[in-house]
Design a protein around this ligand. Structure first.
Ligand SMILES: Cc1cc2nc3c(=O)[nH]c(=O)nc-3n(C[C@H](O)[C@H](O)[C@H](O)COP(=O)(O)O)c2cc1C
Length: 133
């Protein structure tokens, strides 16, 4: 399994992660759960109407954190908007519950992928492991 696959699998197993953005000098954080590996990139999904989307448009720097099985993962980097239909459709196929609210062809659905990402796996019992993608 590649490093980015391990990151994706950890986020899937955790189920919920917390996404931090910045608004001016104020950190903003909220629970997220969408995750998809598409064309070798780690994608998340949101709605363009949300404050989180507007924050990322103004400043793409973001960090996520998840905790699962005694380990935690942080991924920091930039979240890049991808307006192509294909990754949106792939996200909705992977997470069909989203189809109740989103479609690949609406004006709201947004997928973004991590660029210049640094991921760190950590635990209380082992040295941190850092990977980049
Ligand atoms: C467990 C859980 C998972 C969630 N996953 C997502 C997600 O993947 N994408 C999303 O846009 N909102 C998701 N939400 C809803 C957001 O947390 C919520 O809309 C939040 O208010 C968005 O942040 P904002 O208000 O700063 O825009 C999730 C909520 C919960 C409780």
């Amino acid at each position: 399994m590649s490093d980015i696959e391990r990151v994706c699998k950890f986020l899937e197993e955790a189920g919920t992660y917390y996404l931090a953005t910045v608004e001016g000098d104020q950190p903003r954080v909220r629970p997220f759960g969408t995750v998809l590996l598409f064309e070798g990139k780690l994608y998340i999904q949101t709605g363009k109407v949300k404050a989180v989307s507007k924050q990322l448009a103004a400043n793409p720097k973001a960090e996520i954190c998840a905790f699962c099985g005694g380990k935690w993962l942080r991924v920091s980097g930039e979240l890049v908007n991808d307006d192509r239909r294909e990754p949106k459709a792939a996200m909705l196929e992977k997470m069909p519950a989203l189809k109740a609210m989103y479609s690949a062809d609406d004006d709201n659905t947004q997928v973004l992928y991590f660029s210049n990402a640094t991921a760190t796996f950590a635990s209380f019992t082992a040295a941190p492991e850092t990977i980049t993608f």
